[in-house]
Ligand binder design. Structure first.
Ligand SMILES: Cc1cc2nc3c(=O)[nH]c(=O)nc-3n(C[C@H](O)[C@H](O)[C@H](O)COP(=O)(O)O)c2cc1C
Length: 188
């Protein structure tokens, strides 16, 4: 599986989106180090738009139950499917990255940029330790019941991602990316 990495390019190669994680495979110190790193993101006007919610214990179980409800759309799912959905949420560490809302559209955009940088710093810090992550904006993250479970006021905060962290079960296939030539214009 993933090894600790020091070389930046190697780190980037491994800083991928992983979809399945080993249960309880990250300790609190590793997670908190990565969260500390995430706060080094650039932030215009020092608006400090971050709010993180570390989801564990009973709250995590409620999130897993809600994920089943959201996925099933009222239909009865087979028990194996229910367990698979729950495992997706119960196995990794779960952190809701939330953005403080602003009345200004421009500030909101800049604050989202800050949160996005934070997610990437969080992911890179984890990758250095051989830990994988996933940024999820699955339906549950936009469901008002999710805000209730987290006891989060949707008028004040937006969940911009449910971030999962864990030692991955499998490495996804290489990703398709544009080449630099495809995106770069040289204008002298
Ligand atoms: C804003 C944002 C939201 C995302 N939401 C999801 C998601 O809900 N489910 C998912 O499987 N991946 C999600 N991803 C991960 C992307 O699908 C992933 O980055 C992309 O497939 C490229 O794979 P890589 O990260 O391994 O390079 C999200 C990524 C971003 C930036």
């Amino acid at each position: 599986m993933l090894k600790s990495m020091k070389n930046f390019n190697q780190l980037l190669e491994h800083c991928r989106t992983y979809h399945a994680f080993q249960r309880d495979s990250v300790d609190k110190k590793e997670l908190f180090e990565a969260l500390e790193a995430s706060l080094k993101a650039p932030n215009h006007k020092f608006t400090f738009p971050w709010k993180y919610i570390l989801i564990s214990g009973e709250t995590k179980k409620k999130v897993a139950e809600l994920a089943v409800e959201v996925k099933s759309k009222g239909e009865q799912l087979p028990p194996a499917k229910i367990e698979a959905i729950k495992d997706k949420f119960l196995n990794p560490k779960l952190v809701a990255f939330c953005q403080e809302k602003s009345d200004s559209e421009f500030t909101s955009k800049e604050d989202y940029a800050t949160l996005s940088c934070s997610v990437q710093l969080f992911a890179l810090s984890l990758a250095e330790k051989g830990i994988g992550y996933k940024w999820s904006t699955a339906k549950i993250t936009r469901d008002e019941r999710f805000y209730d479970v987290l006891d989060l006021d949707p008028n004040k905060y937006e969940v911009i991602g449910l971030i999962m962290a864990g030692r991955p079960c499998a490495v996804p296939k290489p990703r398709q990316r544009p080449t630099l030539d495809e995106v770069l214009t040289l204008r002298n």
